[in-house]
Design a protein around this ligand. Structure first.
Ligand code: GLU
Length: 308
């Protein structure tokens, strides 16, 4: 089956070193396999989405030479598809309405006890997935075997929140299947979301893609870089940013190639892509961007946050 990969940033701020690692990793996997590479704007969580961030991220990707093969999928426009999936799950008895509050669940360690403690009245309720007993496992191409007892670890999880937004877990499964994604490359912070997504794929009769979870970049204090916290900006010199990211991805020969420009560097990296070089770690130390370069980046991508 032809490789279809994707990069799916949440529009909560500018792309940083961690997002570049994932964008470049998924792009290289797709291009080295002669496959397609898609972009998805994960804006289901409308409260966290920063106006203008999606456009800035797309401009950053273009500047880096990481160009998707189709216009981006936008989750905020996909409500109908998520509603159909929820309806199928509910009709098959896999999803149920739930009006329990966070406070109600605190007595159960935050995990839903599978039997609601509060009755459902009217429309003010969430939808949860009824999680069966048993272990859900998968083999990650980089991190190896990963197993989770979903019932114990997360319990019956939310598919749609009381106030309306769709849960990331449902949206990602519906969208990956609709776009024909065969290979998910993303950060290792999402390893423990994968069993929930595999369970949903099974219950919805959807194929399970292959997974490859890259290490998450952490700062000097061990914290994951975060777009919303204004994490280390990428340098404006895209060829330099790509070389640093290639080195982090263990593509040392490609990173050192005497390429004329960004396009030549990327072409070389695809030709010499070496999956065995990828670091088999859950976290990696983020590179430093010096203040002068960060300021240049901000000038190259003017703030559109207040744009209409
Ligand atoms: N939207 C998620 C993020 O920005 C990625 C989700 C995924 O790749 O499945 O971290």
């Amino acid at each position: 089956m032809r490789h279809v990969g994707r990069f799916a940033p949440s529009p909560t701020g500018d792309l940083h070193w961690g997002s570049l690692l994932v964008a470049l990793g998924s792009w290289l996997e797709a291009r080295a396999a002669g496959g397609r590479w898609l972009l998805r704007i994960e804006d289901v969580d409308t409260l966290r989405a920063v106006p203008g961030a999606a456009a800035r991220q797309q401009a950053q990707l273009v500047a880096l030479g990481l160009i998707a093969d189709a216009p981006p999928w936008v989750q905020s426009a996909r409500g109908e598809a998520y509603a159909q999936a929820l309806q199928r799950l509910a009709q098959a008895g896999h999803a149920y309405p739930c009006a329990c509050t966070r406070g109600d669940l605190a007595d159960h360690g935050g995990v839903h006890p599978s039997r609601c403690v509060r009755p459902v009245r009217g429309d003010a309720h969430a939808w949860r997935l009824r999680v069966p007993a048993g272990i859900t496992a998968f083999d990650d191409a980089l991190q190896g075997r990963f197993e989770q007892n979903l019932r114990q670890a997360v319990g019956d999880f939310v598919l749609r929140r009381t106030d309306g937004p769709w849960a990331y877990q449902l949206a990602v499964v519906v969208d990956d299947a609709a776009a024909g994604v065969t290979d998910v490359v993303r950060g290792a912070d999402l390893l423990d979301s994968t069993p929930r997504q595999i369970l949903l794929q099974r219950l919805l009769g959807l194929p399970t893609p292959r997974y490859l979870h890259l290490p998450v970049l952490v700062d000097a204090t061990g914290q994951k870089l975060s777009k919303s916290a204004g994490a280390t900006a990428l340098p404006a010199d895209s060829a330099r940013a790509l070389r640093v990211a290639l080195r982090l991805l263990g593509q040392t020969a490609a990173a050192a190639a005497p390429a004329r420009d960004r396009a030549a560097l990327l072409a070389h990296a695809v030709k010499h892509y070496d999956r065995a070089g990828l670091p088999r770690a859950r976290t990696l130390a983020a590179p430093q961007t010096d203040a002068v370069e960060a300021a240049r980046t901000l000038a190259a991508f003017p703030d559109t946050r207040n744009a209409p």
